[in-house]
Design a protein. Sequence first.
Length: 67
Amino acid sequence: MASTAQRLDPRAMRWQSNGELDQGDLLELVCHLRNVECDQHSRELSRLGNQSIDQAQSPADDSEQAA
């Protein structure tokens, strides 16, 4: 568990040039928070994590929708 806590230190996380958290670190953070939050918050974190994954996998869709 020490390695998870160490990775969750913002100084140890990888940040992208656009200011967003690296996808792997974001997923790890969401999973960690799901384990320590109540069920209602855990479900919302899962939803937000899945939404982030969907956006990362289909950036072309966003540009098409904006056009």
